[in-house]
Design a protein around this ligand. Structure first.
Ligand SMILES: *Cc1c(COP(=O)(O)O)cnc(C)c1O
Length: 383
């Protein structure tokens, strides 16, 4: 047995392994009130042809509210529309918000599926703990997604590499400027038909390793999926883009020497001897569902994956010595993306390998699209 097959499951992986509640039952938790003015067939057809990332939204959203007296209440799937939010709402001032990202895939037979939604449900609640927000019942997370996708099923695109991107989120809606956890929250799900995140298929991206900026720190919020982490990544991302790089790779804030992840994607490193490394969850890395699935798929192939602290110095030496030949980034939005160039202060390398990246891309993408057997029971039928 390889090291990776005896690996202990993370808390999120454990949560994702329990049986998923029945889709019909959870959907009925969210009564539907139809949008009286949905997009016309023509408008929708055009939106489903000209796919971008996160620019157009479907006709409906799912919503519910929380306060200490009633708990979660007021569930509905209703017309997509701007929110009426008090200008003093806590989220606008102190950033108390969390989100998730998953996709609904249309299979060749017309059915619609999503990938491991209980992993995302559990992660949303892990994020909620860190951000002092109420936890959301798994049945509500699933029900909101099932019902929204059922109502907006005609928004799930069918062209290659497309999907309906689902964005669950929770925000502190209480009108209050004091600094303490809010007493009112909204949970919402919106849906956007999307094409490939990085245009041009498996085109390698270039990465700048930042020693000047960090996205997360020990004891901070890096392991929570919260907007503030992304806000912190925008300036370094902009500076890297000005130098011609696609993405930034962050190092740990404590020592500025150990590889963590990109602004919104985890990373894997393949050695020439065939073994694979990924940064160990340090507390300031976001645990990706894609990362978890890839570790399983590699284990299935008998490829040992070591979760470890990989220093930038080791990485640079490894690439220089020809011992590291391939790197890729992964996340729901882009699935798997080869890293073709990695540069930072004093180094600039081209990574030629894309073999394992392509194999994992095809296998995971194939499972998500119903083209490869789902050995691990990851897919959940929505429609
Ligand atoms: C969402 C996210 C990921 C990827 O998570 P997936 O579950 O694979 O989509 C990785 N890093 C960060 C910082 C993220 O926010």
């Amino acid at each position: 047995m390889t090291e990776s097959t005896v690996r202990q499951l993370s808390e999120l992986e454990e949560a994702a392994a329990v049986p998923v509640p029945n889709a019909d039952e959870v959907a009925s938790r969210f009564p539907v009130s139809q949008n009286p003015t949905p997009a016309s067939d023509e408008e929708r057809a055009q939106a489903l042809r000209d796919l971008d990332f996160g620019t157009t939204f479907s006709d409906h959203l799912a919503i519910e509210a929380w306060n200490p007296e009633e708990g979660w209440h007021g569930r509905s799937v209703e017309a997509y529309a701007p929110l009426a939010l008090d200008p003093s709402a806590a989220v606008l001032h102190y950033g108390q918000e969390i989100f998730e990202g998953l996709k609904a895939y249309r299979w060749a037979d017309g059915s619609v599926w999503t990938f491991r939604p209980t992993f995302n449900a559990a992660r949303m609640n892990q994020s909620a703990v860190r951000m002092a927000m109420p936890s959301l019942p798994v049945e509500d997370f699933l029900g909101s997604i099932v019902q929204l996708v059922r109502v907006d099923a005609n928004w799930v695109p069918s062209i290659p590499d497309s999907a309906l991107y689902l964005r669950p989120m929770m925000i502190a809606s209480e009108p209050f400027l004091g600094v303490r956890p809010a007493r009112e929250y909204l949970y919402l799900v919106i849906a956007s038909p999307v094409g490939p995140y990085f245009k041009g298929g498996l085109k390698p991206v270039s990465i700048w390793v930042s020693t000047d900026y960090h996205r997360a720190a020990p004891g901070g919020t890096g392991a929570a999926k919260t907007g503030g982490n992304y806000a912190a990544s925008l300036l370094p991302q902009q500076l890297a883009a000005q130098q011609g790089f696609d993405q930034v790779c962050y190092l740990d804030a404590a020592t500025n020497s150990v590889l963590e992840e990109l602004g919104g994607m985890n990373v894997f490193v393949r050695r020439a001897d065939g073994t694979v490394l990924t940064p160990a969850l340090s507390g300031s890395i976001l645990e990706g569902g894609t990362r978890s699935a890839i570790m399983q798929l590699l284990a299935d192939r008998g490829v040992p994956v070591t979760e470890t602290a990989l220093s930038l110095a080791e990485l640079v030496a490894g690439i220089e010595a020809g011992e590291i030949t391939e790197m890729f980034a992964c996340g729901t939005a882009a699935v798997v993306t080869p890293i073709g160039r990695i540069a930072g202060d004093g180094f600039d390398f081209t990574l030629p390998g894309t073999e394992l990246t392509a194999a994992i891309h095809d296998e995971l993408g194939g499972i998500q699209r119903g083209l490869v057997p789902d050995r691990h029971g990851w897919m959940y039928r929505l429609v």
